[in-house]
Structure formats: C-alpha cells, structure tokens
Design a binder for this molecule. Structure first.
Ligand code: MF3
Ligand code: CO
Length: 266
C-alpha cells in the first residue's frame, strides 16, 4: 500500500531530515585518513541523539550500527568497525533518523584525501544521477521516469546501474511501497502525486552492475571488484514540485546547482 503524506506529516519528515542532513554534514567534514569507521559511527549516533532523534538503522533486521560505511568496491551496507580510513579511499556513508515517528534516509559518497580521476568521475556522475532522478518527481510523471533518468545518465558514462537494490517509499517506516528502481523504461507504473515521499538512491558501479553479498550477511560489493558510489535523498512531492527533505549545508552547492531548474540564476 502506498501512503500519501499530509503537509503536517511532510513537516515532521522535514524535521527528521534536518537531523539526518546535519549529521551527514558533520561526518563529511570529519571523515579523514587515520580514523576508524566505528569512530564515525559513534559520532553519528551522538549527533542524532543530541538533536532528539533515534538512529533508524540500529536493530533493523539486526543491523548493528547507526550508519553504513562502504569503501571502494563496497556498494552499500558496510558495517562500521576497526578498519582505518586510508588516503585515496572512496567512502559511502548512509544514515537514517527517526524523529517523532517519521524516518529520513540519506547517503553520500566522499573522497578521503586525494582520489583517482576515475573515482572522482564516478562520484560526480552518481550525484548527478540522483539529482536527475529527483527532477523527474513532477505531477503526472510515472514512477519509472525516475529510474529511466538515472540509468540513461549512468550508462552514457559507461557505468553499471545496480539492479539488486532499489530506492523506496519512506514515512513511518524506512521501507515503504513503492520500490524505486534505478533503471527502466519511461512512462511506466504509478503516476506521481503530491504527498508521495520517496528515498531515491542510485548505486552506480564503475564496471558491471553485478553485485554480491559478503559472508557478514550485510556488505554488498561489486562482483568485478571495481569501484561503486551511492547517493540518496528523502524527497517529498509537493504542489510546488519535489522538496528535498535531507538537503545539507555541506555539499549543498553541488546539490543545489543540479537541483536548480535550467535557466534559473544562482
Ligand atoms: N539507506 C539504506 C536503505 O535504504 C539503509 C538500510 S541499512 C540497514 O536500505 F542497515 F538499516 F538495513
Ligand atoms: Co534508503
């Protein structure tokens, strides 16, 4: 069942999203070579709780941490631990907050120090994929227009779009209907309406789209060992168009520039 959210509910989700965004901004500014991923996790948990939120991921199907940390060939769902961040790592951080019963979910991929040109390009294109997907959230468009826009852009760069994992509706539950694939033909499926809130989350691989899960039961890696990137926002359809509920003050320049309709001044 797809639940459309009222303006009051979207306002609650915006407050939840602000905690997710502020915490992710802090992590983007803090993650450095020499830190462990579990130090980042502890900072994330403290930041969410200080702001009155609850880390959504802890205990979700037994997940043991506040954030997911996925390095290099890891796609998503890497578990924080004693691993030390290294110069040149491509780090994806995924985080969710529950506030007043409403969930927000967001992810970024960042560079630890200097990264290869190849990694930088993958990171940039994946972020563009997210913003192009969001731009399809217009009344009258179909659900598959989102995935189609993501796939077109990623494949134009020769990248693989992960198919085994998808975006999702979000609200009082982290994962609600509908599923939001990052691929597909345009003009199919649900007609998008005001009140729909989605987590759009392209997972884009430098090589093949194929992935596998490690023996820890969580960490998803690329089948070919090449790099992967992941960006995610929680977005509400409103009468004024898509509203990103997890927009950050760090990295915002990149998001905002891509989000701005063509021709509109900065
Ligand atoms: N952003 C991820 C998702 O949408 C978060 C799930 S991680 C989990 O699926 F640990 F909570 F499962
Ligand atoms: Co998600």
């Amino acid at each position: 069942m797809i639940t459309l959210k009222s303006p009051r509910e979207i306002e609650k989700m915006r407050r939840s999203g602000a905690i997710t965004a502020a915490t992710l901004s802090m992590l983007i500014g803090t993650a450095k070579a020499g830190m462990t991923t579990q130090q980042l996790d502890a900072l994330a948990e403290a930041s969410i709780r200080e702001r009155g939120g609850i880390p959504t991921f802890v205990g979700y199907h037994g997940y043991p941490a506040t954030i997911c940390v996925s390095l290099n060939d890891e796609v998503v769902h890497g578990i924080p631990g004693k691993r030390v961040l290294q110069e040149g790592d491509l780090l994806s951080i995924d985080i969710g907050t529950t506030l007043d019963g409403y969930v927000s979910d967001s992810a970024v991929t960042i560079a630890i120090g200097e990264i290869s040109e190849e990694a930088r390009s993958l990171m940039r294109v994946t972020q563009e994929c997210l913003m192009l997907g969001i731009a399809q959230m217009k009344a009258g468009n179909h659900l598959s227009d989102i995935g189609h826009a993501v796939q077109r852009h990623a494949e134009a760069h020769g990248y693989g779009v992960v198919r085994d994992l998808v975006g999702h509706g979000v609200g009082t539950q982290m994962h609600e209907e509908p599923q939001v694939p990052n691929y597909g033909d345009p003009g199919k499926g649900l007609v998008l309406k005001t009140g729909l809130v989605l987590a759009i989350e392209p997972m884009i691989n430098a090589g093949s789209h194929r992935v596998r899960t490690l023996k820890d039961g969580w960490t998803v890696v690329t089948a070919d060992g090449k790099l992967s990137a992941h960006f995610e926002h929680t977005i509400a359809m409103t009468d004024e168009g898509p509203k990103i509920l997890t927009l950050r003050d760090v990295y915002e320049h990149a998001d905002a520039a891509l989000y701005r309709p063509k021709g509109e001044a900065a």
